[in-house]
Design a binder for this molecule. Structure first.
Ligand code: ADP
Length: 481
């Protein structure tokens, strides 16, 4: 299939325009390491224009006057258009991110589903009536923040548009998206589909460029009313500091070191494929990657032996070969992951492969299984964001919970046991935002509130929780005597 790549333009006020400086950035294909297109390298003046256009759309334009049901219908139309163009979008996503084509196809199903879910929800968020003193009538209404900023990473560009823009739009906010400079082509393509669907000018603005330039300008801008960020903890601190300076709220989704806890009574035939899958999904470049396998000591040899066999088969290959994983996003990311692999003192149990014939300049890393890892070691504590699994033994339930909760992160956890009481006890004791019992991950999980604690961030995305984040409540007290 021949795909048409988007031009190096921003979407501002319903028009496609170059960066005011005229500058562009090269975009590299991770599978080959070669430049294949460019994007606009925007600066503070482009962000200014986007904020003005969003403000106008919200306060005076067609978007601000639209009823919830009308907003929802446009969003459902966007969902249909993503589905119509899913194959082209998936081809571009795998070219831009290096991910295997079937993972990119699954991402488009999820991206469409976000717009469908939130489009259908747009007119279903209702307020409250409070019984108050005699002679009073009190209602609590839910309102949009106004203009919302959205900064997203490169690992799931199309899905992230759905995840963050769709709930904000459903609540009636006017939005500005700054996608990641490494991979943002499908974000621009979905912006085009949104315009085709009839999205009013200024409701969605997309400004591409570098994080420390365009991203910084957006997060510092006094004209935004809320900011949603997904990315590294280091940048999360900057975003939260800027939000504080502007006295606005923010949601931060910053990654994790998520454990899967395997007790001795677990159904190993179900566990093993999921343990391997949850760390090679998207090359391990997933905030909710299951990057720690906590294994009860009594079954350590059996589990690790079978896991090692599986790891030896795992193969990184160009996206069109559609193996378990593709190339990592960049040379920088590959070198970072390789440094974790070569720098650890933990024993290497097994290593996967890079497919023979993969382009030499592509950013491939063979998956690696390490263990037994000390729970305090770097591999067991630091987010690698690559296909590296740290296996950690434990003796009993108490120790498993202590190790699982013993990092700075708290995003997702998996609990594998057939004992119903233990399932409940452990799920309750884990300090994180999502727990899966006898499973892991939810293939998008649009309906399921998602988010972290501590270094994994705060605030919730997905489900109805996201609609609450992207809105604020107002209490209206009427003294009618
Ligand atoms: P990663 O390390 O995974 O690339 P980052 O946190 O650096 O994650 O990037 C996530 C998003 O944050 C990207 O869109 C990036 O451009 C943006 N970004 C990076 N630095 C800044 C910054 N100083 N201010 C605002 N946004 C930034």
């Amino acid at each position: 299939m021949t795909v048409q790549l988007p031009e190096p333009l921003n979407l501002i006020g319903g028009s496609w325009v170059p960066a005011q400086s005229g500058r562009t950035l090269d975009v590299v294909a991770p599978s080959t390491g070669k430049v294949f297109t460019t994007i606009a390298a925007s600066g503070a003046s482009d962000i200014d224009a986007a904020v003005s256009s969003a403000r106008h759309a919200f306060e005076e334009g067609a978007w601000g006057r639209m009823s919830a049901v009308q907003r929802g219908r446009i969003m459902i139309r966007i969902s249909e258009l993503i589905t119509r163009d899913a194959e082209e979008l998936a081809q571009v996503e795998s070219l831009d991110t290096g991910k295997p084509i079937s993972q990119a196809r699954a991402d488009m199903v999820a991206a469409a589903r976000y717009f469908e879910f939130y489009g259908a929800a747009a007119d279903k968020v209702h307020g409250e009536h409070i019984p108050f003193m005699q002679g009073y009538d009190v209602k609590v209404v839910r309102e949009p923040h106004g203009v919302t900023g959205h900064i997203i990473p490169w690992n799931y560009p199309a899905q992230m548009v759905g995840r963050t823009l769709a709930p904000a739009l459903a609540m009636g906010n006017a939005t500005i998206m700054k996608p990641a400079e490494e991979a943002c082509l499908t974000v621009l393509m979905i912006g085009k589909l949104a315009m085709e669907a009839g999205m009013p000018a200024g409701a969605i603005n997309i400004v591409t460029g570098e994080g420390h330039v365009a991203g910084a300008a957006l997060s510092e801008h006094p004209g935004i009313d809320f900011i949603s960020f997904t990315g590294s903890p280091e940048v999360g601190v900057i975003i939260q500091t800027n939000a504080a300076k502007n006295f606005i709220g923010c949601t931060l989704e910053l990654g994790g070191k998520s454990p899967q806890i395997v007790f001795e009574d677990a159904d190993l035939d179900r566990v093993l494929p999921v343990l391997a899958g949850a760390i090679v999904q998207n090359g391990g470049q997933t905030c909710s990657a299951g990057s720690r396998a906590l294994i009860q000591r009594s079954i350590w040899d059996k589990v690790v032996g079978r896991l090692a066999e599986r790891f030896k088969e795992l193969t990184a290959a160009p996206s069109e070969q559609d193996r378990e994983l593709g190339a990592l996003i960049s040379g920088k990311q590959r070198d970072r992951v390789q440094a974790f692999i070569s720098g650890t003192d933990s024993p290497l149990i097994a290593r996967g492969k890079v497919a023979t014939g993969s382009p030499e300049d592509g950013f491939y890393v063979a998956p690696a299984l390490f263990g037994p890892c000390d729970p305090q070691s770097t591999l067991a504590q630091v987010e690698v964001f690559g296909p590296v699994l740290a296996a950690i033994p434990f003796d009993d339930e108490k120790e498993a919970i202590r190790i699982a909760n013993g990092t700075e992160f708290g995003l997702v956890a998996g609990v594998w046991t057939l004992d119903g009481n233990r399932q409940q006890r452990v799920a309750k004791a884990l300090r994180c935002g999502q727990v899966f019992i006898n499973g892991y991950g939810a293939g998008g999980g649009i309906e399921l509130p998602f988010g972290g604690r501590r270094k994994s961030g705060h605030g919730r995305e997905k489900g109805f929780a996201a609609l609450h984040e992207f809105s604020t409540i107002k209490t209206i007290v009427h003294n009618h005597g």
